[in-house]
Design a protein around this ligand. Structure first.
Ligand code: HEM
Length: 142
Protein backbone atom coordinates (compact mmCIF):
# COMPACT_ATOMS: atom_id res chain seq x y z
CA UNK A 1 0.00 0.00 0.00
CA UNK A 2 1.11 3.54 -0.69
CA UNK A 3 1.12 5.89 2.27
CA UNK A 4 -1.10 8.96 2.29
CA UNK A 5 2.06 11.07 2.26
CA UNK A 6 3.36 9.37 -0.89
CA UNK A 7 0.01 9.81 -2.62
CA UNK A 8 -0.09 13.45 -1.62
CA UNK A 9 3.40 14.10 -2.99
CA UNK A 10 2.70 12.31 -6.27
CA UNK A 11 -0.57 14.17 -6.67
CA UNK A 12 1.19 17.47 -6.09
CA UNK A 13 3.40 16.78 -9.14
CA UNK A 14 0.38 16.79 -11.51
CA UNK A 15 0.83 20.43 -12.67
CA UNK A 16 4.50 19.81 -13.44
CA UNK A 17 3.60 16.64 -15.33
CA UNK A 18 0.91 18.49 -17.21
CA UNK A 19 3.54 20.93 -18.41
CA UNK A 20 6.58 18.69 -18.89
CA UNK A 21 5.11 15.20 -19.25
CA UNK A 22 5.73 14.81 -22.98
CA UNK A 23 9.30 16.13 -22.65
CA UNK A 24 9.85 13.52 -19.91
CA UNK A 25 8.43 10.57 -21.85
CA UNK A 26 10.19 11.68 -25.06
CA UNK A 27 13.46 11.68 -23.11
CA UNK A 28 12.52 8.29 -21.63
CA UNK A 29 12.19 6.67 -25.07
CA UNK A 30 15.42 8.37 -26.17
CA UNK A 31 17.25 6.85 -23.21
CA UNK A 32 15.57 3.51 -23.87
CA UNK A 33 16.86 3.48 -27.44
CA UNK A 34 20.38 4.26 -26.21
CA UNK A 35 20.51 2.06 -23.10
CA UNK A 36 18.12 -0.81 -23.82
CA UNK A 37 17.72 -1.14 -27.59
CA UNK A 38 16.32 -4.66 -27.12
CA UNK A 39 13.48 -3.23 -25.01
CA UNK A 40 12.93 -0.33 -27.42
CA UNK A 41 12.51 -2.96 -30.14
CA UNK A 42 9.15 -3.88 -28.56
CA UNK A 43 7.90 -0.52 -29.85
CA UNK A 44 8.89 -1.30 -33.44
CA UNK A 45 5.29 -1.41 -34.69
CA UNK A 46 3.82 1.21 -32.38
CA UNK A 47 1.97 4.04 -34.05
CA UNK A 48 3.05 7.70 -33.66
CA UNK A 49 2.21 9.50 -30.44
CA UNK A 50 3.45 6.94 -27.91
CA UNK A 51 5.28 9.61 -25.85
CA UNK A 52 1.99 11.55 -25.62
CA UNK A 53 0.02 8.42 -24.68
CA UNK A 54 2.48 7.48 -21.93
CA UNK A 55 2.62 11.07 -20.64
CA UNK A 56 -1.12 11.18 -20.45
CA UNK A 57 -1.26 7.84 -18.58
CA UNK A 58 1.37 9.05 -16.08
CA UNK A 59 -0.54 12.30 -15.57
CA UNK A 60 -3.84 10.46 -15.08
CA UNK A 61 -2.13 8.25 -12.51
CA UNK A 62 -0.79 11.23 -10.55
CA UNK A 63 -4.22 12.88 -10.60
CA UNK A 64 -6.10 9.73 -9.54
CA UNK A 65 -3.61 8.03 -7.26
CA UNK A 66 -6.09 8.34 -4.41
CA UNK A 67 -8.90 6.88 -6.54
CA UNK A 68 -7.51 4.08 -8.69
CA UNK A 69 -11.02 2.91 -9.55
CA UNK A 70 -11.16 5.83 -11.98
CA UNK A 71 -8.25 4.26 -13.87
CA UNK A 72 -9.50 0.68 -14.11
CA UNK A 73 -10.78 0.88 -17.69
CA UNK A 74 -7.60 2.46 -18.94
CA UNK A 75 -5.41 0.02 -17.00
CA UNK A 76 -7.36 -2.84 -18.56
CA UNK A 77 -6.92 -1.46 -22.06
CA UNK A 78 -3.18 -0.74 -21.62
CA UNK A 79 -2.62 -4.23 -20.15
CA UNK A 80 -4.28 -5.75 -23.22
CA UNK A 81 -1.95 -3.77 -25.47
CA UNK A 82 1.03 -4.89 -23.41
CA UNK A 83 0.08 -8.54 -23.68
CA UNK A 84 -0.33 -8.11 -27.44
CA UNK A 85 3.34 -7.12 -27.72
CA UNK A 86 4.60 -9.54 -25.07
CA UNK A 87 5.55 -7.09 -22.32
CA UNK A 88 6.95 -9.13 -19.40
CA UNK A 89 7.41 -8.49 -15.65
CA UNK A 90 11.16 -8.03 -16.04
CA UNK A 91 10.60 -5.05 -18.34
CA UNK A 92 8.93 -3.01 -15.59
CA UNK A 93 12.02 -2.15 -13.50
CA UNK A 94 13.82 -1.07 -16.68
CA UNK A 95 11.02 1.28 -17.71
CA UNK A 96 10.74 2.57 -14.14
CA UNK A 97 14.44 3.34 -13.95
CA UNK A 98 14.35 5.08 -17.35
CA UNK A 99 11.26 7.09 -16.46
CA UNK A 100 12.74 8.35 -13.20
CA UNK A 101 16.04 9.18 -14.90
CA UNK A 102 14.12 11.09 -17.59
CA UNK A 103 12.21 13.00 -14.89
CA UNK A 104 15.55 14.00 -13.40
CA UNK A 105 16.93 15.01 -16.81
CA UNK A 106 13.95 17.24 -17.58
CA UNK A 107 13.08 18.61 -14.15
CA UNK A 108 16.59 18.93 -12.70
CA UNK A 109 16.64 20.49 -9.25
CA UNK A 110 12.87 20.85 -9.21
CA UNK A 111 12.80 17.12 -8.49
CA UNK A 112 13.99 16.73 -4.92
CA UNK A 113 14.80 13.47 -3.12
CA UNK A 114 11.42 13.27 -1.44
CA UNK A 115 9.53 13.59 -4.71
CA UNK A 116 11.82 11.13 -6.44
CA UNK A 117 11.29 8.58 -3.70
CA UNK A 118 7.52 9.03 -3.77
CA UNK A 119 7.51 8.47 -7.54
CA UNK A 120 9.71 5.39 -7.18
CA UNK A 121 7.18 3.87 -4.81
CA UNK A 122 4.22 4.95 -6.90
CA UNK A 123 5.72 3.54 -10.10
CA UNK A 124 6.48 0.26 -8.43
CA UNK A 125 2.91 0.04 -7.12
CA UNK A 126 1.44 0.67 -10.60
CA UNK A 127 3.91 -1.75 -12.17
CA UNK A 128 2.61 -4.47 -9.82
CA UNK A 129 -0.95 -3.69 -10.85
CA UNK A 130 -0.01 -4.15 -14.52
CA UNK A 131 2.12 -7.24 -13.87
CA UNK A 132 -0.75 -8.96 -12.04
CA UNK A 133 -3.33 -7.98 -14.64
CA UNK A 134 -1.05 -9.14 -17.45
CA UNK A 135 -0.26 -12.42 -15.70
CA UNK A 136 -3.99 -13.04 -15.59
CA UNK A 137 -4.36 -12.22 -19.30
CA UNK A 138 -1.40 -14.42 -20.29
CA UNK A 139 -2.79 -17.31 -18.25
CA UNK A 140 -6.09 -16.95 -20.11
CA UNK A 141 -4.12 -17.50 -23.28
CA UNK A 142 -4.21 -13.88 -24.44
C1 HEM B 1 3.59 1.62 -15.32
C2 HEM B 1 4.20 1.47 -16.47
C3 HEM B 1 3.57 1.65 -17.83
C4 HEM B 1 2.61 2.52 -18.25
C5 HEM B 1 1.86 3.56 -17.44
C6 HEM B 1 2.40 2.24 -19.66
C7 HEM B 1 1.51 2.91 -20.47
C8 HEM B 1 1.25 2.60 -21.78
C9 HEM B 1 0.26 3.25 -22.61
C10 HEM B 1 -0.65 4.41 -22.18
C11 HEM B 1 0.29 2.65 -23.82
C12 HEM B 1 -0.58 3.01 -25.04
C13 HEM B 1 -1.79 2.10 -25.07
C14 HEM B 1 -2.65 2.36 -26.28
O1 HEM B 1 -2.13 2.44 -27.40
O2 HEM B 1 -3.87 2.42 -26.11
C15 HEM B 1 1.32 1.64 -23.77
C16 HEM B 1 1.67 0.87 -24.83
C17 HEM B 1 2.83 0.13 -24.87
N1 HEM B 1 3.63 -0.17 -23.81
FE1 HEM B 1 3.40 0.47 -21.93
N2 HEM B 1 3.24 1.25 -20.05
C18 HEM B 1 3.97 0.87 -18.97
C19 HEM B 1 4.95 -0.10 -18.95
C20 HEM B 1 5.46 -0.70 -20.06
C21 HEM B 1 6.59 -1.61 -20.06
C22 HEM B 1 7.37 -2.06 -18.82
C23 HEM B 1 6.82 -1.95 -21.34
C24 HEM B 1 7.93 -2.86 -21.83
C25 HEM B 1 8.94 -2.38 -22.47
C26 HEM B 1 5.82 -1.30 -22.16
C27 HEM B 1 5.70 -1.43 -23.52
C28 HEM B 1 4.67 -0.94 -24.27
C29 HEM B 1 4.54 -1.14 -25.70
C30 HEM B 1 5.51 -1.91 -26.59
C31 HEM B 1 3.38 -0.45 -26.09
C32 HEM B 1 2.88 -0.26 -27.49
C33 HEM B 1 1.86 -1.20 -27.94
C34 HEM B 1 1.53 -0.82 -29.38
O3 HEM B 1 2.27 -1.26 -30.26
O4 HEM B 1 0.60 -0.04 -29.60
N3 HEM B 1 5.01 -0.55 -21.34
N4 HEM B 1 1.87 1.61 -22.52
Amino acid sequence: MLSDKTKEIVKSTSPVLQKHGVAITTRMYERMAEEYPEVKALFANTRDGQAERLASAVLAYSQNIDNLDALQASIESIANKHVGVNVLPEHYPIVGQLLLAAMQDVLGDALNEEVLKAWEEAYSFLADVFINKERQLYSQGA
